[in-house]
Structures are given as C-alpha cells and as structure tokens.
Design a protein around this ligand. Structure first.
Ligand SMILES: [Zn+2]
Length: 243
C-alpha cells in the first residue's frame, strides 16, 4: 500500500465495502464487524488533522493519540491546542499517547498515565478515555495496566491484541498485507494503527518525508523567532537557512 491520502481513502472504502463499522475502544461490542482505527501522533499534529479531515469527509471516525511530553510539539500552544480540539470537532476521539521513557524505573507508570491524562483533558477540554503506548517496553506490553480503575482503556490491553486482529504501519512498513486481511472476512474485530506522519498527497520515501519535515520546521522556527526577536532579519536572514 502506498503512503498517500488516495491509498488511505481506498483502504477506508475497502473496510466500508466489507461491512466493517468504525468504532472506538468503548463501543465495538455493539457491532458484529468492528474496526478500531488508531493514529499515533509522534511528531506532527498538522498531519493528523489532515488525515482527520479526510476521514470526516468519508463519515469515518477514529482515535488520535497525543503525547504530552513530546519535544516535537507543545499541546498547550495556541495553534496546537486548536488543532487538537479540531480533531474532536471532526468527530474523532483524542486519547493519551504515553511515553514511558520519560520516567525512571521507580515511577508508578499507571499514576503517571493518570496525571498525563489530566493534563490532556485540560488542553482539549474533554475527558480522556483511552491510552496508547509510545515505543512500549516488553514489560509494558505484557502489563495489561488498569488505568483510572478501568475508566481509561489501555489500547495495549490483551482485549485489543489477542481478541482483535492487529495491523500496523509502524516504521512506515505494513508487515502484513492489510488489504488481504480485510478482504479475507476472517476477522470480525480489527484494530488498525497508522501514523499520519508518513502519508501525503504524493508518496514520499521515509528519507524525503523526514527531510521535508526538518526543513519545514526550520522555516516555522524562523517565523516564531520573528515574533520574539526584533529586527531578526538584520541579525539572521531567512535566506541564510538551508530551506
Ligand atoms: Zn508513538
């Protein structure tokens, strides 16, 4: 499958044609054929909003997982907060993407997840009902954490790995043929993870996608500097940057 919006739309169409109902982590039991679409926002919220718009145009809902400890984005900046609220407005759920690497071995990770969920709730102005793990350790994968007494669903819980067929485009690589899995009719419960970062109008290689992200961030950073450093172009001109 190509990493383009066109190919992603075709994937959604195939799910629709095969009779799958687009669900979240809380309502899938109500349907005979369910698919939970999950997106992890590791680096770029803007890309997530573009995918969310495509889904909304097709009447599809999914769950977007957001880091609150990322070096790549600050969820409380005006622009990012507005984009995260936009995800909700488009009909999607926003959950917590949890990076355990931020904590040492002594930390109570369940408590940390609950605290991060409160921060995200403050940001989006809504309750958080689900958590996914960012680069989980083997211990976390096997832990089957009970978060907020079970009120917050752990998308890495056994229910969503053992009782669902799980497919993912992690590291920009579908390890299995996702189309064949959907077409097979063998799986009543599907759990699909994508990373909106890799998708674009025209397909990019991983190298091209990463390079253009770094370059666009340099330009954005210069724009922020203009808001903070008077007469910036007398000190450093935009044309001096490698854009
Ligand atoms: Zn992640």
């Amino acid at each position: 499958m190509k990493f383009t919006y066109k190919a992603y739309k075709e994937l959604l169409m195939l799910l629709i044609d095969q009779g799958y109902k687009f669900c979240n982590y809380h309502d899938y039991q109500n349907y005979n054929m369910s698919v939970i679409i999950r997106h992890d926002i590791d680096m770029d919220i803007e890309k997530a909003v573009r995918m969310a718009q495509i889904e909304a145009e097709m009447g599809v809902t999914s769950t977007y997982f957001v880091l609150v400890t990322s070096n790549f984005y600050n969820i409380f900046s005006k622009e990012n907060q507005a984009m995260l609220r936009k995800l909700h407005e488009l009909g999607h759920e926003v959950g917590l993407h949890f990076d355990e690497a931020k904590y040492d071995g002594e930390t109570d990770l369940v408590r940390a997840m609950e605290q991060e969920a409160v921060l995200l709730e403050q940001c989006i102005g809504r309750p958080v009902w689900s958590v996914s793990m960012h680069r989980p350790s083997k211990k976390t994968l096997e832990a089957d954490y009970l978060i907020k007494g079970g009120q917050i669903v752990n998308s890495y819980g056994t229910e969503f790995f053992r009782n669902h067929k799980y497919v993912s485009d992690s590291r920009r690589n579908w390890r299995e043929n996702v189309h064949a899995i959907i077409r097979s009719g063998k799986y009543a419960r599907l759990h699909v993870l994508t990373h909106p970062f890799w998708y674009d109008v025209e397909e990019k290689t991983a190298r091209e996608a990463l390079k253009s992200f770094c370059e666009s961030r340099t330009g954005t950073c210069y724009g922020w500097m203009q808001d903070n450093v008077r007469d910036l172009d007398e000190i450093l001109r935009r044309s001096e940057l490698c854009l």
